[in-house]
Design a protein around this ligand. Sequence first.
Ligand code: ZN
Length: 96
Amino acid sequence: MKTPAFAEPHGLPNDPVLPAYRDGSTLRVWCEHERTWHVHGLPAGPRASHCRCESSPLRGGYDLEEAGPFTTAIREQHGRERRGSHCPTCGPRQKH
Ligand SMILES: [Zn+2]
C-alpha cells in the first residue's frame, strides 16, 4: 500500500495533522491520549476536537488527513481501546 502524503496541511498551523481512516461515510481518528477512536463526518480537514479529557493534547482541534480504509488491521495496530468512563492516561481519579 502506498504511504499517504501529509505534505499539504490545510488546517490551522498549530493543529496536529492526524491520519483518518474511512469507515463507510465517517472518518475515524485514533486518540492516543484517551485511547479511543473519535468519529467524524466526511470530508477530511480541520475539525473541532472530540476529546472529552481536558488534558488531551488534541483538545484544541486537529486536521484530518484521509489515510485509507478503516480495517481490522488498522484497528489492531492501535492496540487496546479504553474501557470505562475515565481517561486511561490521566487515571481513574480524574473524571473527565
Ligand atoms: Zn481524544
